[in-house]
Design a protein around this ligand. Structure first.
Ligand SMILES: Nc1ncnc2c1ncn2[C@@H]1O[C@H](COP(=O)(O)OP(=O)(O)OP(=O)(O)O)[C@@H](O)[C@H]1O
Ligand SMILES: Cc1ncc(CO)c(N)n1
Length: 517
């Protein structure tokens, strides 16, 4: 398991001239960072994203709310801008009392709000000011009144860093939107020259597989006039709030490092990781949020959790192969009464197991998994009726629920009621996996012995080598691996417990005919 760190890893970057000329007093271990932005109640953008992003980078976050939005991952339904005088009071209350190491400015809404922020900035002059010129949400809905665009342009010279996306960059320059990266960089240059600020040109809205970002400054603050950080586009729809998260992360890290290039080198890989891990959150049906704290979660590589489960089951598998029932079944010397008991209990078990698999289907996070469990549930019922038709119809056996069968099914039902899909998947896995292991071993032994036709259980042993069942087992294993990787440490521990308990029941189930037949 990989180790976790509280802060995203910082790449050692060669100090640029900016580091040397960073404003005195801006470097703090835990920077006090104020977000002046709108609220997104769905938590992915606006001040909610800013506070997460600031915390993810080790800052102390504060928030003065410029506007309330009614939005979710699918779009903005309404915007309410409280009186600008009330915002001014919030800003004064903070700066009267607290030293602010960095400010991030996001959604401003209208010209009155911009005027209030402007006069506060002129009065307080915070050490680091990052301005994200928010005009629209990821969904395309407007967040800045058209009549306020000129006022926003007027605010730009008060910022140290401006972080426009391609549409915002064009609007601020009153030019058509750039679609090619070199054109965007040219626009960045013009905006930097016009404002004196550093411009972070963002490639999020470019076409194609690349997603570069660049810092541009025409006044010699950077090591070069244009510093490009290349990046791959991460294939996800979950880009809600990337701009907010990036700008507040830049404000926080800049207050600690005093170097824009080093800050972007820290923030960009973190953002890529947050986009990559965004699917884990399962928030909303539209453009979902990014996973701000992905770096705090221990991540397991694919297959690792399945490997852990396999190791857990090792002793139980060995115990199964040592059982009299299995040894004598393989040798053909098994007492017919025990075999009949085993078949009858298996039929009862499969009925319960089918219900539990149907529950897994109902809880599955994707339609593919839903279908897999539903099919498996159906196949259990088919095997159950086949057992009655071909094996049990010729035998006289009491169809009573044995103690091991009852305990095993009760355990599975408890897992299905635990509320955790991952725990349920772990609990049902041994019936696939240990059974498939036992089956292929016994079938292999049977073939090695020349598949003797006079073996009393020859027909039964032949049914064990079912490629469809082996494929379903691999699928169940991969699903458990994925559920384990997605889950928290606590959930994985609960999965291992449920899995081990089922493994014990598999051993007991094969031993039950000896004790109860
Ligand atoms: N699919 C992606 N893969 C990698 N990086 C991305 C992706 N989408 C956006 N980014 C990065 O996210 C940051 C924000 O870029 P973008 O151009 O999307 O800003 P924005 O439009 O202001 O964001 P928002 O969607 O919050 O309004 C940039 O660093 C950009 O490179
Ligand atoms: C409040 C708010 N600010 C900014 C954005 C841009 O993503 C948004 N969607 N909502």
């Amino acid at each position: 398991m990989s180790s976790t760190s509280v802060l995203p890893p910082e790449t050692e970057a060669a100090p640029s001239r900016a580091a040397a000329s960073a404003k005195a007093g801006t470097r703090r271990d835990v920077p006090r960072v104020l977000s002046i932005a709108g609220s997104d109640p769905s938590g992915g953008a606006g001040i909610q994203a800013d506070l997460k992003s600031i915390a993810a980078h080790g800052g102390y976050g504060m928030a003065a709310i410029t506007a309330l939005t009614v939005q979710n991952t699918q779009g903005v339904r309404a915007v309410h801008v409280p009186p600008a005088t009330f915002l001014a009071q919030q800003l004064d209350a903070i700066s009267d009392d607290i030293t602010i190491d960095a400010v991030k400015i996001g959604m401003l809404g209208d010209a009155e709000v911009i005027a209030a922020v402007r006069s506060w900035l002129e009065k307080v002059r915070p050490g680091v000011v990052v301005l994200d010129p928010v005009m629209a949400a990821t969904s395309g809905d407007r967040l800045l009144k058209e009549s306020a665009e000129a006022a926003l342009r007027g605010l730009l010279p008060l910022a140290d860093l401006i972080t426009p996306n391609l549409a915002e960059l064009a609007m601020l320059l009153d030019e058509p939107q750039a679609h090619a990266w070199p054109d965007a960089l040219e626009q960045g240059r013009r905006l930097a020259a016009a404002t004196g600020a550093t411009v972070l040109v963002k490639g999020g809205h470019l076409d194609g597989g690349a997603c570069p970002d660049a810092l541009v400054n025409t006044a010699g603050v950077l090591s070069q006039e244009v510093v490009v950080l290349p990046g791959d586009r991460i294939p996800t729809r979950n880009s809600h709030g990337t701009g907010c998260s990036l700008s507040s992360a830049m404000a926080t890290v800049q207050a600690r490092l005093g170097d824009w290039e080093a800050s972007l080198r820290t923030v960009k890989p973190w953002l890529a990781g947050a986009l990559q891990a965004s699917d884990q959150l399962e928030v909303g049906a539209g453009n979902g949020p990014i996973h701000h704290f992905h770096h705090l979660q221990p991540s397991l590589p694919a297959g690792k959790f399945a490997e852990i489960l396999r190791a857990e089951a090792g002793p139980d598998l060995a115990a199964i192969f040592g059982l009299d029932f299995i040894r004598s079944l393989a040798a053909g010397s098994l007492d017919e009464k025990q075999f009949a008991y085993y078949l009858a209990q298996d039929a009862i078990y499969l009925n319960g197991y089918s219900r539990v698999l149907a529950r897994a289907s109902a809880m599955a996070p994707t339609e593919t998994e839903q279908l897999f469990w539903a099919r498996s549930a159906q196949q259990c019922l088919e095997v159950e009726s086949e057992l009655h038709r071909s094996w049990l119809s010729t035998r006289t056996v009491e169809p009573c629920l044995g103690p091991v069968t009852k305990s095993y099914v009760d355990h599975l039902l408890a897992a299905s009621a635990s509320g955790s899909y991952a725990v349920l998947v772990a609990a049902v896995l041994p019936c696939f996996w240990l059974y498939a292991e036992v089956g292929s071993t016994l079938h292999g032994e049977f073939l090695t012995a020349g598949a003797p036709a006079d073996h009393p259980y020859a027909a039964w042993l032949r049914t064990y080598a079912d490629e469809d069942f082996a494929a379903a087992t691999r699928r169940a294993m991969a699903t458990a691996d994925e559920a384990g990787r997605r889950g928290s440490e606590n959930e994985r521990a609960a999965m291992v417990l449920a899995f081990r308990q089922s493994c014990r029941f598999e051993v007991d189930f094969f031993d039950a005919p000896r004790l109860h037949a």
